[in-house]
Structure formats: structure tokens, C-alpha cells
Write a protein that binds this ligand. Structure first.
Ligand SMILES: NC(=O)c1ccc[n+]([C@@H]2O[C@H](COP(=O)([O-])OP(=O)(O)OC[C@H]3O[C@@H](n4cnc5c(N)ncnc54)[C@H](OP(=O)(O)O)[C@@H]3O)[C@@H](O)[C@H]2O)c1
Length: 352
């Protein structure tokens, strides 16, 4: 007889990532029970229509069918509450865990930031895919979590399903990381890689990225390098223990990369890639994002258009490279799930 731990959770955002996360919770129910001794119970969910809440558990398939039909969770019979904010749900429905898959609002972090702060200050653990609250307020959230005995996990915020944060934060916990190199933004890597491989112009490559769901309708944050810079900030805080802000990152987008520059690089055996780098300096780290011509032997040079990757240069753990092919948001949803399992799972918890 398996000793089962029940974890009640709230979900903010039931879009690409949130819905896939719920789908994985349903699909992996038996695996979660058998391998991790976990039963995940959705006690509340919020989208732009309002919330649906039932502390005893909502029907995941119902929600997935509703969202697939383009409807809002507030329409769920009995439990739906139109117009109620996610923050009120966090305040009113006691749970073990908050999962944030709401939009990344880089202006003020809302609604995710307020919900995360409230959850943590109530002693509730948080797993988030939303980078905005962390990029804007990492130190404050980290201190708040320590003060209230809550745990904050965010592997999905940097390069989707790539275990970039967890590799650095957990597996390199006692190593000295003197350099991080990453291709942390899929949109820009997709565009440069297809321009180089197929001779496409910038606009054509961008429109293909948009058609295939690899670029937003407004891709400016990606193209100008700010998305990668935000991810670098999260790595700086969590892996390097270097409390940087966006002002500390030198940022250059990919707009200036011409087909001719890509051809010339190829003639020299190089690939131009959108790199995000943290490199050790006397007083800390220098952080920068810009397109760089990489020699063929570089571990990130051969990454394909649907890939992201990271290289950690360390003192005692060698040079570690990780890369992912991410052609849908499912690996991101799986990163959220693995953070949940790390927090509560039997193997992670160390109990027999
Ligand atoms: N997509 C990826 O591959 C990926 C990868 C890594 C990280 N992320 C991050 O994951 C998060 C979710 O991304 P996504 O692609 O799933 O976005 P999305 O498809 O746009 O979904 C956003 C969800 O949030 C809901 N929402 C919007 N405003 C809200 C509010 N005020 N209160 C509560 N819910 C609200 C939306 O409601 P409606 O359904 O009613 O519109 C929708 O369900 C973002 O922070 C993103 O940066 C995404």
C-alpha cells in the first residue's frame, strides 16, 4: 500500500502552459502516485474570466474541455465566479501550493507578482513559469519566502523545459560557476538559424516563427534581447548569487544581423547565435546579451531552430552543457510539474 501525500493547489492562468500542466497532472496521475507518492488536487483556477474554486477538487477534464472550447473557468457550474480576481482566490482558498502560469507582465509583474507575494506571506509554496515577478523582484520574493517558511521554485522561467535553473541551483550548489553561456530565447535562435540555413530574410524568418507559434504577435521583447536579459537576471540571482537588475545587463537585439553577416560567418565555419552570457569579473559578473559568431566546436553552435541550451563553466564540476528541443509548450509544463515533484515527491523528500 503506497503512502499517498495529497497536495492541494491553485493555478493562475489556463493558457498554453497552464492547460498543458493540468493535462499532465491528469495524464501522469498514476505515475505521480506510484513514483512520487503524490496526489495533486486542483482547488482553484483563475483565468481572465474570473475564477473557479472548490477546496475538495475541480474536475480537470471539465476545465480542459471548457478551455479548449474557448470559454472561461468562471463558467464552470457551481464553482465558477465571474469577475473574481486571482488575488482573491489566493486570499480565500487555503492550499499547499500556488502554481503561476499567468502572462509575463514586465511592467509591474501583475497579476503574478501580487499573487506570489500573498501566497508566500501565507506560508504557501509557489511554483511559477512566469519570469516577470522574479526578474522584477527576485530578492524581495526570496527574503519573503525565507521569512514565512515557504518555498519558491521557478525552473520553467528560464528557457522553458530546459532544466537551466535547477541544474545550476541544485546540481552546482557547491561549485563555483565562473561563466554561463546560454541560448535562452527560442524566437531569436529560430530566426537566426533559419536565416542561416535557408537563406531567408529577417522578415520571412520572423513570419515563419509567428506562423509556427514560436514568436508572439508582438515579438519586440524577444528580438531586442530583453527576454533573454530577464532570464539572465534570474540565473544571476539563483545560480550565481549575484543580485543583478536589468540595468546591469548590456543588451543588443538581433535586428542588425544581416543575411550577408550570416553567410560570412558560415564561410568561416561559424554560426551567429543569440547569446546570453554571465562572466566573472573582479566585483561580480558582467552580464550581456547579443548575437555572437560561434566556432563550430562551441557546444551551442549546432543548436537547431527549435532548441535552447546552456553551458555552465565551473571550478569543480567541469563544463556542463544542456540543450532542449522545445516545439510546443509541453516541456515548460513538465518543468512546472517536476518542480512540484521536487517539493513534495517521496524521492525528493528523502522519505523511504
Ligand atoms: N508558452 C511557453 O512556451 C512558455 C515557456 C516558458 C514560460 N512561459 C511563461 O508561462 C506563462 C504562461 O504562458 P502561456 O504561453 O501559457 O500564456 P497564455 O497562453 O497567454 O495564457 C495566459 C493565461 O493567463 C490568463 N490570464 C490573463 N490575465 C489574467 C489575470 N489577470 N488573472 C488570471 N489569469 C489571467 C489567460 O486567461 P484566458 O485563458 O482567459 O485568456 C490565460 O489562461 C507566461 O508567464 C510565460 O512567459 C511560457
Amino acid at each position: 500500500m503506497v503512502d499517498l501525500k495529497q497536495v492541494r493547489f491553485l493555478l493562475i492562468g489556463a493558457g498554453n502552459v497552464g492547460r498543458r500542466f493540468l493535462g499532465l497532472v491528469a495524464r501522469k496521475e498514476q505515475v505521480l502516485r506510484e513514483r512520487a507518492g503524490l496526489q495533486l488536487v486542483l482547488s482553484g483556477v483563475a483565468d481572465s474570466s474570473g475564477i473557479a474554486a472548490n477546496p475538495e477538487g475541480l474536475d480537470l477534464e471539465w476545465i480542459l474541455a471548457l478551455k479548449a472550447g474557448g470559454r472561461g473557468v468562471a463558467e464552470i457550474p457551481d464553482w465558477g465566479q465571474p469577475g473574481v480576481a486571482a488575488l482573491d482566490m489566493v486570499r480565500g482558498v487555503p492550499v499547499d501550493l500556488l502554481v503561476d502560469a499567468s502572462p509575463a507582465n514586465m511592467l509591474d509583474g501583475q497579476p503574478g507578482l501580487g499573487c506570489i507575494e500573498l501566497a508566500i506571506s501565507q506560508g504557501t509554496d509557489v511554483v511559477t513559469a512566469n519570469k516577470a515577478p522574479l526578474a522584477l523582484a527576485f530578492s524581495r520574493l526570496d527574503e519573503l519566502a525565507r521569512a514565512h517558511g515557504a518555498r519558491l521554485r521557478f525552473d520553467a522561467t528560464v528557457a522553458g523545459g530546459l532544466p537551466a535553473v535547477n541544474l545550476g541551483r541544485r546540481d552546482l550548489a557547491v561549485a563555483d560557476v565562473h561563466r554561463i553561456e546560454g541560448i535562452l530565447n527560442l524566437t531569436t535562435n529560430y530566426i537566426l538559424t533559419r536565416m542561416a540555413a535557408e537563406g531567408l530574410g529577417f522578415d520571412e524568418a520572423l513570419s515563419k516563427a509567428q506562423q509556427e507559434g514560436h514568436a508572439e504577435a508582438d515579438p519586440s521583447l524577444d528580438l531586442e534581447g530583453w527576454d533573454a536579459a530577464n532570464k539572465l537576471i534570474i540565473l544571476a540571482h539563483s545560480v550565481l548569487r549575484y543580485p543583478a537588475s536589468l540595468d546591469d545587463v548590456e543588451v543588443e537585439g538581433i535586428g542588425g544581423v544581416t543575411p550577408q553577416a550570416l553567410r560570412e560567418a558560415a564561410a568561416n565555419g561559424q554560426q551567429i547565435k543569440p547569446l546570453a552570457v554571465a562572466e566573472r569579473e573582479d566585483q561580480g559578473y558582467r552580464l550581456w546579451v547579443r548575437p555572437v559568431a560561434l566556432d563550430a566546436a562551441h557546444p551551442l553552435a549546432s543548436l537547431g531552430p527549435q532548441q535552447m541550451g546552456i553551458v555552465y563553466h565551473t571550478d569543480i564540476s567541469g563544463v556542463i552543457t544542456a540543450a532542449i528541443v522545445e516545439d510546443t509548450p509541453q516541456p515548460t509544463a513538465s518543468a512546472v510539474l517536476r518542480d512540484v515533484v521536487e517539493l513534495y515527491g517521496r524521492a525528493a523528500g528523502g522519505t523511504p
